[in-house]
Write a protein that binds this ligand. Structure first.
Ligand SMILES: [Zn+2]
Length: 77
């Protein structure tokens, strides 16, 4: 599984200043995921390996596409 040290290094790929949190479902029905603490996008963890590709991520409810996410809208220098 993902170590706390590794988790602390991970950032939302859409905004690399924003940390993610680990979310593990209680019932085991959903896959564990890394969830962006700002845009709430869920990056699913397959067999202990997080898929941080925005194209594969689960968007938060009500968000139609990646370009509407707060992390993508804020321009970074
Ligand atoms: Zn984000």
């Amino acid at each position: 599984m993902i170590s706390p040290e590794f988790l602390a290094m991970l950032r939302c790929p859409l905004d690399t200043t924003v940390p993610v949190r680990l979310e593990v479902p209680e019932e085991g029905r959903d896959m564990p995921a890394l969830v962006c603490t700002r845009c709430e996008t869920r990056y699913l963890i397959h067999d202990g390996i997080p898929n941080m590709l925005p194209e594969d991520a689960v968007l938060p409810p009500g968000c139609p596409n990646l370009d509407r996410l707060p992390c993508r809208q804020r321009p970074r220098s």
